[in-house]
Design a protein around this ligand. Structure first.
Ligand code: GSH
Length: 215
């Protein structure tokens, strides 16, 4: 039985789960949840994620939500298949990956996602420009986080160590949406952050995830 991802191709959190499945070479079924029709608030979807947000994930009788929990489940379950995205047998390496997964979720994503909302989602889905004061606020916050990233990436090719891991992969959706906006200057102006972002965004698995968005 193949695993199922319930989500939307435009959803960054859904993209995060798909990127891991493709990196791992795990076969999956994609169940489209049409956000424009509010399908994520229907009782059938709420039984998979009571918060009414995509993605949701099923592996037999296991049901999960929260994209980063889904990615970790897949990376552990298929540890020996495809790209190694975690190192569970090396606690010290795993600890570094865990630190940077937490940094992404707790320090980076709050400002990156809000900036993405103002610069991309508001104009694209609500037909209005982002709020300049909020854009400035989130840019300042993100800039401080990216100073720390620049120092880390000067020492280490990837955030979690010398190999690509979930700690890097979790950033892909926000990087992709911010690229092409004026917020991208924050990434481009930092040599090591820029090189890291270009490297991970060129991964074949990621290009496959965003393929439907190019049409
Ligand atoms: N922390 C959650 C966030 C999920 C999330 O925000 N999903 C968005 C799409 S990217 C969504 O469903 N938005 C619709 C809503 O919140 O009503 C995760 O990583 O899975």
């Amino acid at each position: 039985m193949v695993v199922k991802v319930h989500g939307s191709p435009v959803s960054g959190a859904t993209q995060r789960a798909l990127a891991v499945l493709i990196e791992k070479g795990v076969e999956y079924e994609f169940v489209l949840v049409d956000l424009s029709k509010g399908e994520h608030k229907h009782p059938s979807f709420l039984s998979l994620n009571p918060f009414g947000q995509v993605p949701a994930f099923e592996d037999g009788d296991l049901q999960l939500f929260e994209s980063r929990a889904i990615t970790q489940y897949i990376a552990h379950t298929y540890a020996d298949k495809g790209t190694p995205l975690i190192t569970p047998h090396d606690p010290k390496k795993m600890a570094a990956q865990s630190v940077w997964m937490e940094v992404e979720a707790q320090q980076y994503d709050p400002s990156a996602s809000k900036l993405m909302f103002e610069l991309v989602i508001k104009p694209m889905f609500y037909g209005k420009p982002g709020d300049e004061a909020l854009i400035k606020e989130y840019e300042t916050k993100l800039s401080n986080v990216l100073d720390v990233y620049e120092a880390r990436l000067k020492e280490s090719k990837y955030l979690g160590g010398d190999q690509f891991s979930l700690a890097d992969l979790h950033h892909l959706p926000t990087l992709n949406y911010l690229k092409g906006t004026k917020g991208w200057g924050l990434f481009e102006s930092r040599q090591h952050v820029k090189a890291w972002a270009s490297d991970i965004m060129a991964r074949p698995a990621w290009l496959k995830v965003i393929e439907p968005l190019q049409k």
